[in-house]
Design a protein around this ligand. Structure first.
Ligand SMILES: Nc1nc2c(ncn2[C@@H]2O[C@H](COP(=O)(O)OP(=O)(O)OP(=O)(O)O)[C@@H](O)[C@H]2O)c(=O)[nH]1
Length: 342
């Protein structure tokens, strides 16, 4: 028991979601010694899908982290209904068992009254009643803690991330190497390299929606736009509402063409959707690639300038800041801490 409380103490010191998940699995591995323990997180969206998978495999001599990258591409994940007991655990919010061997037990992960994932163990023998109760108890504390974190990090209207957690995510993405643009030469030469992107999305003529239909309907439009974002962008992308009718996306590893395509797919999804009472609305968006030494405000400003350009050109369009610089429509006053580039 003392051991379990120590683990919980360490868990609730963490604020980083990925570390938190990893630490939960390590605690369960240390307390129950399963052959493996895996955490599947469900993602928002229609159709429903798995958002990430994190697995710890216990070996005889060493503990090996298997598939440890918490951000797993959606394409690499199994289908939601591939494992019927796992799918049932998610749908019913109840523990499920498969006799094995190895014995399989699936525990629903709850947060804020919703099932948000499934934690599963493979064990040589079926879990004892005490072991199952221990895991259930840890998941309860973990779920409550996550709901508290969600409350402080999420926008209450749309459920998207709020501005508060943006800077940390931004710097984490930059540090992840692959995303940082190495410099102007690369930017000039080609647009074929996968980097990370920041996009600003702004609803067109949103003031008219409020003026004509009232704030409540305006709020519903914001909520529906957030839902369209959830189903249109990848699970590995981070979606924010910065306030008002302004949304921000951190897009992982994409070329310029792919980034523009992702935002254009979203633009078309919004245009095609009929909002109750309001009908069709449109959005304008601007994207920019993250650079070495970038800051959240510098990147945001570049994307915002591209959005402003989209508005000026008639709205309902997506522009990349880099393309606008190439064609001479915008100046690149680089604020990443380096030399003035143009
Ligand atoms: N319903 C609702 N409206 C909001 C919220 N936050 C900001 N707004 C409204 O969003 C509108 C933003 O309008 P503007 O910035 O003038 O821009 P716009 O009408 O969207 O026009 P363009 O951006 O130029 O296409 C204002 O009317 C704000 O009152 C909110 O949380 N809910």
């Amino acid at each position: 028991m003392r051991n379990a409380i120590d683990h919980l103490g360490r868990l609730t010191e963490l604020r980083d979601r990925d570390l938190l998940d990893l630490s939960l699995l390590q605690s369960i591995r240390d307390l129950v010694r399963p052959l493996s323990v895996t955490l599947y997180r469900a993602a928002e969206g229609d159709p429903p899908r798995w958002g990430s998978r994190l697995k710890l495999v216990t070996q005889l001599l060493a503990d090996q982290v298997g598939e440890a990258a918490p951000q797993v591409e959606f394409d690499g994940l199994p289908a939601l209904d591939e494992h019927p007991a796992r799918a049932q655990c998610l749908a019913r919010g109840e523990r499920q068992r498969v006799a094995g061997p190895p014995a399989w037990t699936g525990f629903p992960m709850m947060a804020g009254g919703r099932v948000v994932g499934v934690l599963e163990t493979d064990t040589r023998y079926p879990l004892t009643r005490e072991e199952a109760a221990l895991i259930t108890g840890m998941l309860q504390v973990f779920g409550n803690f996550q709901a508290l974190l969600d409350y402080s990090e999420r926008d209450t209207l749309t459920g998207l991330l709020n501005r508060k957690s943006f800077d940390t995510a931004f710097f984490k993405l930059l540090a992840d190497g692959q995303g940082a643009d190495p410099g102007i030469e690369e930017r000039r030469r080609g647009q074929g390299r996968a980097v990370h992107w920041l996009g600003v999305i702004d609803i067109d003529h949103f003031k008219q929606v409020n003026d004509r239909h009232g704030h409540l309907i305006g709020d519903e439009v914001l909520l529906l736009v957030a839902q369209l974002m959830n189903s249109s962008f990848r699970v590995s992308d981070r979606l924010y509402r910065f306030g008002g009718e302004e949304f921000v996306v951190l897009l992982r590893g994409a070329t310029e063409a792919e980034a523009l395509q992702a935002f254009d797919r979203f633009r078309l999804a919004v245009q095609a959707f009929s909002m109750p009472q309001v009908g069709s609305i449109t959005i304008s968006a601007g994207v920019t690639q993250l650079r070495a030494g970038d800051t959240p405000s510098a990147a945001f400003e570049r994307a915002d300038r591209a959005t402003y350009h989209a508005k000026n050109q008639g709205r309902n369009q997506v522009w990349s800041h880099e393309a606008l610089v190439r064609q001479g429509s915008l100046q690149d006053d680089d604020k990443t801490g380096g030399v003035e580039l143009f």
